[in-house]
Design a protein around this ligand. Structure first.
Ligand SMILES: C[S@@+](CC[C@H](N)C(=O)[O-])C[C@H]1O[C@@H](n2cnc3c(N)ncnc32)[C@H](O)[C@@H]1O
Length: 336
């Protein structure tokens, strides 16, 4: 865990979103093979790997086993060290020149701070222009800060593999513009409903803010564009950056069922409930924090009501047509 992200990614996260992330790490198979085959590390020298924002390590387990196992066997490096840091990655976590390879999956979109949205949970659906600009500026600073610190920690010739929830602003890669845009619309609608029903106060309503930002390709590439940029001067380069649109597997089956017209209400109930419990695992802390002046029982009641209503709300949506894609950026960064 870290000082700046109060989220508790629990077992529910591990079995739902974590399983998706585990399969996404296959994307780096070729890069991992190249890292192993083109090793410049002299025999006998230790090989060091870091995993930042690792939660319980289960999402990166497969890629780490692959990397570490191959490293031990093929190039015969027996001294392999793995670090998962409990401190914030917006600070330097290890001494200079520590890592040959650094992983960070589904974490770098969390910022060290957030704006206070007046009438939205996130930049969308209803962040004001000023709020969205302020969040974009925080994301820009946060990205540069993250990269400059990593440039110190990664050895020359080393690399960083990132999986980052993103947005496809120009729809270059697919049909929906933003990661889970519809989810944020749905959550904001239900949170507003609780305010309008006087189950949460106006102040509690405003206090729920998501400290994450989905960068677009331009924003991800920005620190690397100019030779004079501090990130380029620090030796970092993008080796590859690809955005993909990925269907959320829990709902994918549901969409298929609709196409085949074989749906039944039990399937709908269970697929949407599973989806909402996965979402709950990484959004609940936001509401718990907004309700922090209440007793634990009262907080729990409101939050349970919120997610029950969210299930009902999503069941009313036509999920087959409204682009609930994850937009994911796979990024490989090298250090000269
Ligand atoms: C969505 S989980 C990703 C977990 C795992 N890497 C995966 O891909 O399934 C985000 C993780 O990032 C961590 N995190 C968020 N902000 C962080 C920060 N500033 N420093 C370190 N970890 C952070 C959270 O605590 C959490 O473990």
């Amino acid at each position: 865990m870290n000082n700046e992200c109060p989220a508790v990614f629990n077992d529910q996260y591990t079995s739902s979103v974590g399983a998706i992330v585990r399969s996404q790490t296959d994307y780096f198979d070729d890069t991992v093979r190249q890292i192993i085959e083109t090793s410049i590390i002299p025999r006998g020298e230790p090989f060091t790997v870091g995993d930042y924002g690792s939660h319980d390590g289960s999402s990166s387990k497969d890629i780490l086993e692959h990397l570490l196992g191959n490293w031990r066997e093929s190039p015969n490096h027996q001294k392999v060290f793995l670090s998962m840091c409990p401190t914030s990655f917006y600070e330097q976590c290890v001494p200079d020149n520590t890592f040959h390879v650094l992983l960070s999956f589904w974490s770098v979109h969390f910022l060290p701070s957030s704006v206070w949205y007046k009438d939205s949970l996130n930049t969308f659906p209803d962040g004001s222009r000023a709020e969205c600009d302020a969040m974009a500026a925080l994301a820009c600073d946060g990205w540069q800060r993250f990269l400059l610190i990593r440039a110190k920690e990664i050895k020359s010739g080393g690399c960083m593999l990132l999986i980052v929830p993103a947005q496809d602003t120009d729809m270059t890669y697919g049909e929906s513009r933003v990661h889970l845009q519809n989810l944020w619309v749905a959550m904001t609608t239900v949170w507003r409903l609780l305010r309008d029903l006087h189950q949460v106060t106006e102040c509690e309503y405003e206090a729920a803010n998501y400290p994450g930002y989905y960068r677009n390709e331009e924003e991800l590439r920005a620190p690397f564009r100019d030779d004079a940029s501090p990130v380029v001067k620090a030796g970092l380069r993008i080796r590859s950056l690809t955005l993909t649109h990925e269907k959320i597997h829990i709902l994918k089956q549901r969409c298929k069922d609709i196409e085949q017209e074989t749906e039944d209400m039990d399937d709908l109930e269970s697929s949407v409930s599973k989806f909402v419990s996965a979402i709950r695992s990484w959004t609940e802390y936001m509401f718990m924090q907004a309700l922090s002046s209440r007793s634990p029982d009262s907080r729990r009641d409101v939050v349970n009501t919120f997610y029950d209503l969210l299930v009902e709300h999503i069941k009313q949506q036509d999920i087959s047509t409204c682009g609930w894609d994850n937009v994911i950026a796979y990024v490989v960064i090298t250090k000269k």
